[in-house]
Design a protein around this ligand. Structure first.
Ligand code: B12
Ligand code: SF4
Length: 388
């Protein structure tokens, strides 16, 4: 929390705050009362009640504070919702057909981790607010129990589309969100109205059918969850639909027609790093812990850790249909991490003709001590007709 400022400074209104925030590099700014909304509380309850959060236990903790800004911080009067564009230059869906390369979702290709970029600017805005206006402030970006999308919708920045993310008429689906909570009572903006209409493009494109209904996501089926948050082996049913998506997924965002109007990212730290735009699977699969840390220093990918990331890369290797990647997958059979070895077994099962895979199993299974990797060697497809 930034300390409270002068007792009676000259008042500034929302217009001056907006201008200052835009000057700092934010692309959209809005104001909402720090009040609880019935439908947000109800929808979070439903999401948690149905277990759609998977093993993200932290989402279920502090439910009341998460759904109500005034329960999180009772003194707060206003939520200043802010957004920064990370709009890509090309169509992210194009990379999905490049099978010997991995697709990293647009948000994670950036030069620096968005949490750091947005938080730095939020703090600068908060400090300026306290100095010019007084009051107390707290800043948030994906770090506390705050529901950032409903907050941004209430502040008029856009609406929660049927894919559940915030869509803006000006920036499409490519916005990072953050908030400054303040004890100042500032005039609110009108909540944004829903502009999805009869469109359902995002629901239909999802490779794993993760939407149980419009506006309702089952995170347990979402490739973003499976590749970033899920700790164990990826359930078999989702491995082929993952294709070459090795970190996150953008399909539901990229297909949205509102992106036709989307402005590109202007913050240099949110522009893509070339080496993360279409990295070769063979290069990534060879990374040890030190190499992983070096390549992904300053990137959100580092948070997921080397073993989970390599698990994803090996699933993509299995989906490549590229026999030249067999040696890459074979080397990973000797990886110290069972999570990586298990994914390597699956990749080889996909890439090798059945007799060759069976021969390899006969040679390797007796030497494998980990139960989860042994299960990969002995796994049987539910329906043989679904094999190539
Ligand atoms: C947990 C989480 C995830 C989880 C779960 C996602 C989810 N939809 O809940 C996973 C790991 C899957 C995930 C994935 C992604 N995430 Co995420 N994630 C979060 C986090 C930390 C919390 C979200 C949350 O509260 N979920 C709980 C559920 C209950 O909330 P909800 O989806 O908003 O639910 C609403 C709808 O279901 C709706 N609803 C339900 N029924 C109905 C009916 C009607 C008629 C209506 C209108 C609405 C409605 O009401 C609920 C509450 O308003 C936020 C940061 C934050 N603190 O808010 C980032 C955040 C949402 N993620 C973000 C991003 C960028 C992504 C990805 C695009 C990353 C990627 N490329 O892989 C994907 C998008 C996948 C998707 N379609 O959602 C951004 C989104 C920015 C934006 N423009 O909206 C956020 C805000 C982070 C940030 N600070 O910028 N994420
Ligand atoms: S793709 Fe269509 S339904 Fe989905 S968020 Fe965009 S406008 Fe709404």
């Amino acid at each position: 929390m930034v300390p409270a400022g002068p007792a009676s400074p000259a008042p500034v209104g929302p217009a001056a705050i907006r201008e200052h925030a835009l000057g700092l590099g934010f692309d959209a700014v809005g104001f909402a009362p720090a009040a609880s909304r019935f439908e947000v509380r109800r929808n979070l309850r439903e999401f948690l009640g149905e277990g759609r959060y998977g093993d993200m236990g932290w989402l279920a903790a502090h439910e009341a504070r998460r759904s109500s800004p005034d329960a999180l911080w009772p003194e707060a009067q206003t939520v200043i919702a802010l957004a920064m564009s990370y709009g890509p230059t090309g169509d992210p869906l194009e990379l999905l057909s490049n099978k010997e390369r991995g697709t990293v979702s647009v948000y994670a290709r950036t030069a620096r981790d968005y949490h750091d970029v947005v938080k730095k600017k939020l703090k600068r805005l908060a400090r300026w607010l306290v100095e010019t206006q007084g009051g107390g402030v707290k800043v948030f970006v994906d770090t506390a129990p705050v529901m950032e999308k409903p907050a941004a919708e209430a502040a008029g920045l856009g609406w929660q589309g049927k894919h559940t993310n915030l869509v803006s008429r000006r920036y499409g689906s490519w916005l990072f969100l953050g908030e400054v909570f303040t004890t100042l009572a500032l005039a609110p903006d009108e909540p944004h109205e829903d502009r999805c209409g009869t469109c359902r493009a995002c629901l239909d494109i999802c490779p794993t059918e993760a939407f149980t209904a419009p506006y309702r996501l089952d995170a347990r089926r979402c490739i973003s969850y499976l590749t970033i948050e899920h700790k164990g082996p990826i359930p078999h049913a989702f491995r082929r639909p993952m294709g070459n998506r090795i970190y996150g997924c953008d399909d539901c965002l990229a297909v949205c027609p509102w992106n036709k109007f989307a402005a590109r990212a202007r913050e240099p730290d949110l522009l893509p790093r070339v080496e993360l735009t279409a990295p070769k699977l063979a290069d990534l699969a060879g990374l040890d812990d030190t190499g992983f840390r070096e390549v992904f220093s300053g990137s959100p990918i580092k948070r997921t850790g080397r073993n989970r990331f390599l698990r994803n890369v090996l699933i993509a290797v299995g989906n490549s249909g590229d026999a030249t990647l067999v040696p890459t997958a074979r080397r990973a059979l000797d990886d110290p991490a069972p999570l990586v070895r298990g994914a390597a077994v699956w990749a080889l099962r996909e890439l090798l003709p059945a007799p060759e895979f069976n021969e390899l199993r006969t040679a390797r299974l007796p030497g494998e001590s980990d139960a989860s990797v042994r299960r990969e060697w002995t796994y049987e497809e539910p329906s043989p007709s679904s094999r190539r």
